[in-house]
Design a protein. Structure first.
Length: 218
């Protein structure tokens, strides 16, 4: 089965968590794009959605979903998003698309976070995928030095600015045996908006598309 087909299958599986009239948080990325397509085909009607990126906002509006400001919605029942890596404890690396800050905010504001991935994203230990860190532009060099002291190899994501107007450093070779500790340590650096470790707010459910069907990590 092709990777795209796996994404479609797991996107379809996520629909069972979506109820008519729901206020839904929606993430960013190719698997989420498949979910939006499946949502449109399902006929389910939402009260509205909170989007994690301008790209997702456009896709949602294109299928007739009202995109709302989180400041006006209160907490959300459900957040659907993908991930770049998932470990057996449902901790994630996210931010390959650069939307990590808004994704983390919406995940924190949602009572249930359902992560949808194909089996290629499942790892025993996080860290093969470089960790994205969103930084205030004036802090880029300072944060790079601090990340190097933590054992990482940061690299500026070229020709990229987040929807928040910030920069992203992609960090390789960090020791992520204790992702909770590393998430805290990085996020406490002045000038860091947030990092792409979702360990404090991990997924509640991970749906994994495999060749033999959908696995559920809870």
């Amino acid at each position: 089965m092709s990777q795209q087909r796996l994404k479609i299958e797991v996107a379809r599986a996520a629909l069972e968590y979506v109820e008519d009239g729901m206020l839904l948080g929606v993430g960013t990325g190719s698997t989420v794009n498949a979910f939006i397509d499946e949502l449109a085909a399902s006929g389910k009607r939402l009260e509205g959605a909170v989007s994690s990126s301008e790209a997702t906002t456009q896709r949602l509006e294109d299928i007739g979903v009202k995109v709302m400001d989180l400041n006006h919605t209160g907490d959300l029942s459900l957040y659907i998003d993908g991930a770049d890596e998932v470990d057996p404890h449902r901790r994630l690396i996210k931010g390959g698309g650069g939307a990590l800050t808004r994704e983390k905010i919406i995940a924190a504001a949602s009572r249930q976070f359902v992560c949808i991935v194909d089996e290629s994203k499942c790892v025993k230990l996080l860290g093969e995928f470089p960790l994205p860190v969103e930084v205030i532009p004036m802090a880029r060099a300072y944060i790079s030095r601090q990340l190097t002291r933590l054992g990482g190899q940061p690299e500026l994501r070229e020709n990229f600015v987040t929807d928040n107007g910030n920069l992203v450093l992609d960090v390789r070779n960090l020791d992520l045996v204790d992702p909770l500790k590393m998430e805290t340590e990085i996020n406490q650096l002045p000038g860091v908006v947030t990092c792409g470790l979702f360990a404090h707010r991990r997924a509640d459910v991970v749906l994994v598309a495999t060749e033999s069907g959908i696995d559920r990590l809870k």
